[in-house]
Design a protein around this ligand. Structure first.
Ligand code: ATP
Ligand code: MG
Length: 427
């Protein structure tokens, strides 16, 4: 709220030429990361300010959608749609009516979604009540473009805050088990179904397949990032990313043998940190190797997914990897197991129940062997859902996407939200 008092108003005519839109002081505002923002305004002037703000260069990485209808429209919308990183709602309500209305919104919001309210009364008690209930900021209309951008940037760019993004790492228990295929398809699902911005980093520099599977051939990618760590920042990362889909960007492997790829333990930590500050989801395809740097990437990840096929060598390796990760990540219980290529004709296999018994872990997905579908998709540079949207395999990737982004557990959490407005919505 205080930022608004400092706004050094420059007035822009509104899009329809009636009301006036204030720019405010736009200097010193940092670019906003790769987040999704949806706004539900009640007045035309606020909607237009949001629209103009979304076109500013500092917002170029963000995806912004501006809708009308205020909080009731947002409640309606999120009853059946995933919530973005930030929801901005305008409301003319005050006091208990506003709190009750936000309580209804909290019931349909993911716990990690941030909420900013644009109100019409300058009331410090209301402001405090909203902030103590988990609302990230309360702005008083009319807002300037600078007010909006400062608020967004304070929430998502502040270096004192936790990094925005979650690192989700995939590795096979053995070579060729399908870990990369699953990694790319889950990244695709998070970005296309759940509309979250994803950076996919292919760390298999010599043999990576993300470029083939996503039908991309960028001239630059992860090799440029890892060999220019001292110059690495969010601008350079932007230049190295290849855009694969509306919400999916790839840090591609060179997939050439022009040099050897021996990295020190922390070679990728700077890149991951920058990616994590600029994108809410960073999916990492880790090659099947046990080196100082692969161990360090897996240890740093928020989620680790190990893919195995049902034979003895995979079982032995999966057991060793899961045990080692439990030791390296004693406070994270979330290493996941995916069984893949189950049911290869004529191949003797360990049954799913016998495979998981010694591992003491429920598989997050059991994916059948489907050579025609997987072969067609990879030869055409397609994701599985592009090759056959109706295949039941697609639902495994969608489920894994929900699981690793925390949305699968959300169904339970939504009944008793832990994040924004938890106290009120429980009343
Ligand atoms: N469920 C499946 N059914 C049939 N084929 C599959 C299945 N999953 C993956 N494949 C195929 O298996 C091959 C190996 O997959 P992928 O490259 O993803 O494995 P990987 O574990 O990443 O291997 P690498 O160790 O080389 O990195 C690919 O041709 C892929 O299309
Ligand atoms: Mg691979």
């Amino acid at each position: 709220m205080s930022n608004q008092l400092q706004s050094n108003a420059q007035i822009e005519p509104s899009l329809d030429g009636n009301a006036e839109i204030s720019k405010g002081n736009l200097s010193n505002i940092r670019p906003v990361p790769r987040i999704t923002i949806q706004a539900f305004s009640e007045t035309e002037i606020v909607a237009q300010t949001l629209e103009l703000t979304s076109k500013d260069r500092r917002m170029a990485r963000a995806h912004v959608k501006v809708l009308m209808g205020g909080i009731p429209a947002a409640v309606d919308f999120y009853g059946s749609a995933p919530t973005p990183n930030l929801v901005i709602v305008e409301s003319k309500l005050v006091g208990d009516e506003l709190l009750a209305s936000l309580g209804r919104l909290a019931e349909v919001c993911d716990p990690d979604t941030k909420v900013v309210v644009i109100g019409h009364v300058n009331d410090i008690f209301l402001y405090r009540e909203l902030i103590s209930n988990g609302v990230s900021d309360y702005l008083v209309a009319p807002v300037s473009m600078a007010d909006l951008m400062t608020t967004i940037s304070d929430i998502f760019v502040n270096p004192d805050n936790e990094p925005l993004g979650k690192i989700i790492a995939f590795m096979g228990a053995k070579g060729g088990v399908g870990s990369s295929t699953i990694c790319h398809n889950v990244a695709w699902s998070i970005s296309s179904k759940y509309k979250s911005e994803v950076v996919l980093a292919d760390m298999d520099l010599a043999f990576g397949t993300a470029n083939i599977n996503l039908d991309q051939d960028p001239p630059q990618g992860i090799a440029d990032a890892v060999y220019s760590t001292e110059r690495m920042d969010d601008m350079l990362l932007d230049r190295l990313l290849a855009k694969c889909a509306e919400h999916l960007s790839l840090l591609a492997a060179p997939s050439t043998l022009d040099r050897t790829y021996d990295f020190h333990k922390d070679a990728f930590s700077g890149i991951l940190e920058i990616a994590q500050r600029s994108s809410p989801v960073v999916v990492v395809d880790v090659p099947q190797q046990w080196t100082a740097w692969t161990q360090s990437v897996l240890t740093a990840a928020d989620e680790v997914i190990i893919t195995a096929t049902p034979d003895l060598a995979n079982l032995r390796n999966a057991k060793n990897i899961l045990d080692k990760l439990a030791e390296l990540r004693p406070n994270d219980q979330n290493t996941r197991l995916v069984l893949n290529q189950v049911g290869v004709p004529k191949k003797p296999e360990i049954s799913v129940s016998d495979f998981i018994a010694p591992l003491e872990i429920e598989p997050s997905a059991v994916i059948p062997f489907e050579p025609t579908l997987f072969g067609t998709a990879s030869n055409n540079g397609q994701m599985i859902s592009e090759a056959d949207a109706n295949s039941p395999i697609v639902s495994h990737f969608d489920f894994l996407a929900r699981l690793v982004t925390g949305k699968a557990e959300l169904k339970v959490e939504k009944k008793s939200p832990l994040g924004f407005f938890s106290r009120l919505s429980r009343k």
